[in-house]
Ligand binder design. Structure first.
Ligand code: F0G
Length: 485
């Protein structure tokens, strides 16, 4: 077979969306008005939006055509049956309960399975997942391997479950107080890091020995399947679709935010094998989401999701998607910027604690770096550190996690390599003179999932990014982009 050299995209651009170019003064004003929280910026003020890969995908012409096939019947829409068929074929679960997005499915699963006082193990927390588990009275217990908390560890499967930690929890609280293992594929908060099939098989076997069900968070399971093909002996020639089926076959069901892997702008689902659980989920779905054949979505959304799932498992698609993320990561690594290793599947995670060693953790270095990067170049990123983790539920104190990260998340099929060059250049510029970045203090803290709406101010002065010192080298990335040879 001919050796494939580039990860270049298996598609071309048919329609463009214009971006507004901003000046440093515009951006300084915008980030101050947003309380130094990139979630509170207007997207019109953003040049390159790497806030999230969630719902920001570019749909294909096939998906747009599918929207016109939307059957907007209240009940029994044909698009529901199409999606059910695709989910059965690609994920392998018998029952499909659509939801408006991933957290809708997390809500249903948590309410149905968790009793107050239960322990819910997971391979690292995700914000909404943990929140729903706690709202249902559960206590999240982290059972991911230690390497996941070390941004410098090169472990190829940092998403793996630590079987010793899992066994210890079973011994401590008893299997009857563990409603399920929440097993996330391509673990987001660890930096988009995969689980090996060997570990998924073993973790599921351990749980099943004790009659503990396993539910996947399959949000980025296709990216995980791609990494298994690349890294796990024995899977070099397997198709990504077959690996995905095998991952799912070990678990009892999954929650899914289709806004990621499945290439749509909205949607999600809960999928399970157990008939009784499915019946109960359908019943709860009508209370919170909508009738069980639409789950808060329009028929056309279901159709776009069905087509998106089929496109998501195509090898050339997923290779280009992950290839683009790795291109950005390698540019930063080559310039000495501290990032989480190995490079993950959906984004590049900058180690803000090492990037800004002059800022104490109480001044939220990752939050400050997101604000400064925006001010520098109009690139929007997301804090994934102490602000995202929140407070200890018992002591009320801020929790300072091992990972204090800034996530540069790549929407699928949206940006070009030149956009990534601009992003890399502006981060490298900041890294050359990190003391320009000023720490932040929180001025408003909402009760739930505070990172979305919290507000901050600089601890000194009135800007988060001091001007360059005279004579310091600089490019003006948003205006100039990559140097033209
Ligand atoms: N699980 C994981 C692993 C996620 O990354 C997300 C969302 C969800 C569940 C919840 O899904 O947003 O559709 O309700 N992650 C987004 C992100 C918000 O930016 O990482 P949702």
């Amino acid at each position: 077979m001919q050796k494939r050299r580039s990860w270049a995209e298996p598609y071309k651009i048919k329609m463009v969306e214009h971006l507004r170019m901003t000046t440093p003064e515009d951006r300084e004003r915008a980030i101050a008005e947003a309380g130094y929280n990139t979630f509170l910026l207007r997207s019109d003020d953003v040049y390159i939006d790497l806030l999230t890969d969630s719902g920001t995908n570019a749909m294909s012409d096939r998906q747009w055509a599918g929207l016109l096939l939307g059957d907007e019947a209240y009940a029994g829409s044909r698009n529901y049956f199409h999606l059910e068929d695709v989910v059965r074929r690609r994920y392998g679960y018998r029952h499909l309960i659509p939801t408006h997005q991933g957290r809708g499915a997390e809500h249903l699963l948590s309410q149905l399975c968790i009793s107050p006082g239960d322990s819910v193990p997971g391979n690292m927390y995700f914000t909404t997942t943990k929140h729903h588990q706690e709202l249902a009275g559960g206590r999240f217990v982290d059972v991911i391997i230690d390497e996941a908390h070390d941004p410098t560890s090169e472990h190829p499967f940092k998403g793996n479950v630590d079987l010793v930690k899992m066994q210890r929890l079973i011994d401590e609280v008893g299997p009857e107080r563990i409603p399920y293992l929440s097993l996330e594929t391509n673990v987001n908060m660890a930096g988009g890091q995969p689980c090996s099939l060997e570990n998924i098989r073993a973790a599921c076997a351990l749980c099943h020995e004790h009659s503990i069900p396993v539910f996947l968070d399959a949000t980025r399971a296709v990216e995980n399947a791609y990494f298994i093909r690349e890294r796990e002996p024995g899977y070099e020639t397997a198709s990504v679709a077959d690996i995905l089926r095998e991952i799912c076959s070990h678990a009892d069901g999954c929650t899914m935010s289709a806004k990621k892997d499945a290439l749509v702008n909205i949607g999600g689902f809960l999928a399970v094998n157990d008939d009784t659980l499915a019946e109960r989920a359908r019943n709860l779905c009508v209370v919170y989401e909508g009738l069980h054949t639409y789950g808060g979505l329009a028929g056309r959304d279901l159709e776009a999701m069905a087509i998106g799932i089929e496109e998501s498992v195509e090898y050339d698609h997923i290779r280009a998607r992950v290839g683009q993320v790795h291109y950005l990561g390698r540019r930063l690594m080559d310039a000495g910027v501290p990032i989480v290793r190995p490079i993950g599947g959906h984004g590049v995670f900058v180690d803000a604690a090492r990037f800004l060693p002059h800022l104490p953790r109480e001044q939220f270095p990752a939050q400050a770096l997101t604000a400064a990067l925006y001010a520098e170049s109009g690139v929007r990123s997301m804090e994934r550190g102490a602000v995202s983790v929140g407070r200890d539920r018992e002591t009320g104190e801020n929790v300072y996690p091992a990972l204090e990260l800034v996530r540069l998340t790549l929407p699928r099929r949206v940006y070009t390599q030149a956009h990534l060059d601009v992003t890399a250049e502006s981060i490298v510029d900041l890294h050359a003179d990190p003391e320009r970045v000023v720490g932040l203090e929180m001025t408003y803290e909402p009760a739930h999932l505070r990172f979305f709406q919290a507000r901050f101010r600089p601890v000194v002065g009135s800007v988060v990014l001091r001007r360059r010192r005279q004579g310091a080298p600089a490019t003006e990335p948003a205006a100039a982009g990559s140097t033209i040879p």
